[in-house]
Design a protein around this ligand. Structure first.
Ligand code: FES
Ligand code: FES
Length: 160
């Protein structure tokens, strides 16, 4: 039986993309395999770990529990969008590097995307707010302390 394909038009990291995709294709697989944006990681594949977090119209979303066709007409940002030129790190990424906010790094892209939206909306967060923001992203390595410290470095809250 011929495969049924649907046309997908989506803005990814500021660029228009168009593809014919199977209706069952996951957004995470479209990004990783279709567009070779492998910065989006896939861990649990059922919406628990947060490794696949991207920004969907500016808000964090788990790309492993969305179909690619659901992104039709929408804007997606992946971790690749954070670098200002594809080489340099942005301030949040630099803070992660400097504060040792990652170890294996598997969780890091999802956490960076979650925190990017969080800091955009909460530029002066309390430590509790940072920890709440991280509650949907699992990290098995760091114990979160160094991630919170990284946020401290880029936030404008001198009390954090
Ligand atoms: S891979 Fe999507 S939430 Fe874990
Ligand atoms: S740095 Fe290894 S899971 Fe977070």
């Amino acid at each position: 039986m011929p495969r049924r394909l649907m046309i997908l038009r989506v803005v990814v990291n500021g660029g228009n993309r168009e593809a014919d995709v199977e209706p069952r294709l996951l957004l995470s697989d479209f990004l990783r395999q279709g567009l070779e944006l492998t910065g989006t990681h896939v861990g649990c594949e059922h919406g628990v770990c947060g490794a696949c977090t991207i920004l969907f119209d500016g808000e964090p979303a788990r790309s492993c529990i969305m179909f690619a066709v659901q992104a039709d007409g929408h804007a997606i940002e992946t971790v690749e969008s954070l670098s200002p030129d594809g080489v340099r790190l942005n301030p949040l990424q630099e803070a992660f590097r400097d504060a040792h906010g990652l170890q294996c790094g598997f969780c890091t892209p999802g956490i960076l995307m979650t925190l990017s939206a969080f800091l955009r909306d909460n530029p002066v967060p309390s430590e509790g707010q940072v920890r709440d923001a991280l509650s949907g992203n699992l990290c098995r390595c760091t114990g979160y302390q160094h991630i919170v410290e990284a946020v401290t470095r880029v936030s404008r809250n001198p009390l954090l």
